[in-house]
Design a protein around this ligand. Structure first.
Ligand code: PLP
Ligand code: TYF
Length: 400
């Protein structure tokens, strides 16, 4: 019998969608999960992706197994997108990389790799707050999670001093997991000058940075700009590890395509690392799915599709920025809210960390049918021209 099995809790973010689906109110809004919607509230399949899919069908490719570390043309293009074509370790062939089951799978391989091979300790430092799944993924990998300060409630911005202090106070050679851009859930990123300082201080303490890049292009609309942190750290000589996701920036959520990579010191070291990555993957899922990786490799390697894709990333990022501006405008100008809502437009990427407390979130859900996570995080992508004013009114009512 399985009677001894206790009921597990729902996922804090995906559970919001479940509640939303059960609501039949005509004005209901789902601002829970971070998935892009167009201005009509519909999922958006990028044109560049549709064209790549058409080409893939026309090319009549087979469905043989991929190698354990995935489609080589995909991992090569993905690494170039992240590290930049002029990256020294990339040009020298020193980056060990594998395809992964999207960003989450990349993080799981990262956790497993660090848990088996990181020589100094088994602790990983995560920002407060962070994406809920980070804790679970790293604990499942056998790492202990620690926390560092990141967000300052009083300003709804970065707690830069706290971040620096916690870097200084952590034992030498600690692992720091850092959101590369468009921090989830806060929408707060360090400035370039702050990244420069962070790189220096982290180096000084001998810490190891693992970057999670789930939103390249989504923060600024520019994939190079959003890669600033990782490229700066690499240029400063950090041999970083990195996970990438193509869920958001190519709209390939359900295709599950991403990477895990790590910079090695030499080709010999890289070969050993890759051999161990294979030993991690083999008993988990043998080898990754082929379709999403093909789509990404077609888009990134075809100059016309690549250009079209960059335009579409910018379009998505810009629509989000427009919604931020409108939400703030309605709150302040139409409804005369006496609070500062500057953080709505100062924060970037998919999310606004609104500062709403759990009681206010409860009222939004119960009285206004506006669904979001308990921490007050708003997925801006769920807002459209036709409901932004309704949302502003609802937020104004629960905060007045
Ligand atoms: N890391 C962060 C910060 C995220 O927000 C997400 C969620 O989208 C992921 C990783 C992983 O997402 P996926 O596994 O869909 O690529
Ligand atoms: O934070 C989010 O909304 C996205 C999507 O278990 C997501 O990262 C949320 C929860 C989850 C997987 C993906």
């Amino acid at each position: 019998s399985w009677a001894h099995i206790p009921q597990g809790p729902p996922d804090a973010i995906l559970g919001v969608t479940e509640a939303f689906k059960k609501d039949s109110h005509p004005k209901k809004m789902n601002l829970g999960v971070g998935a892009y919607r167009d201005d009509a509230g519909k999922p958006y399949v990028l044109n560049a992706v549709q064209k790549a899919e058409k080409k893939i069908v026309e090319d009549k490719l087979n469905k043989e197994y991929l190698p354990i570390t995935g489609l080589p043309s995909f991992t090569k293009e993905a690494a170039t997108l992240a590290y930049g074509a002029d990256s020294e370790p990339l040009q020298e062939g020193r980056i060990a990389i594998t395809q992964s089951i999207s960003g989450t799978g990349g993080l799981r391989i990262a956790g497993e790799f660090l848990s088996r091979f990181y020589p100094h300790n088994k602790k990983i430092y995560l920002p407060i707050p962070t994406w809920g799944n980070h804790n679970a993924v790293f604990k499942s990998s056998g790492l202990e999670t620690e926390q560092y300060r990141y967000f300052k409630k009083s300003t709804n911005g970065l707690d830069f001093e706290g971040f620096l202090e916690d870097i200084q106070n952590a034992p030498r050679n600690s692992i720091f997991m850092i959101h590369a851009c468009a921090h989830n859930p806060t929408g707060v990123d360090p400035t370039p000058a702050q990244w420069d300082e962070l790189s220096k201080v982290i180096k000084g303490r001998g810490h190891f940075p693992l970057f999670d890049m789930a939103y390249q292009g989504f923060a600024s609309g520019d994939t190079n700009h959003d890669a600033y942190a990782i490229r700066k750290f690499v240029a400063d000589g950090h041999r970083i590890a990195l996970t990438q996701s193509f869920a958001k920036n190519m709209g390939l959520y359900g295709e599950r395509v991403g990477t895990f990579s790590i910079i090695s010191e030499s080709l010999k070291e890289k070969a050993a690392i890759e051999s161990q990555i294979k030993l991690i993957i083999r008993p988990m899922y043998s080898n990754p799915p082929i379709n999403g990786a093909r789509i990404v490799s077609y888009v990134l390697s075809d100059p016309a599709l690549y250009k079209e894709w960059l335009g579409e990333v910018k379009l998505m990022a810009d629509r989000i920025i427009t919604m931020r501006n409108k939400l703030k405008y309605h709150l302040v100008e139409d409804f005369g809210s006496k609070y500062s809502w500057d953080h709505i437009t100062n924060q970037i990427g998919m999310f606004c960390y609104s500062g709403l407390n759990p009681e206010q979130v409860d009222r939004l859900i119960k009285e206004y049918h506006v669904y979001l996570t308990k921490d007050g995080r708003i997925s801006i992508a769920g807002i459209s021209s036709s409901n932004v004013k309704y949302l502003a009114e609802a937020i104004h009512e629960v905060t007045r």
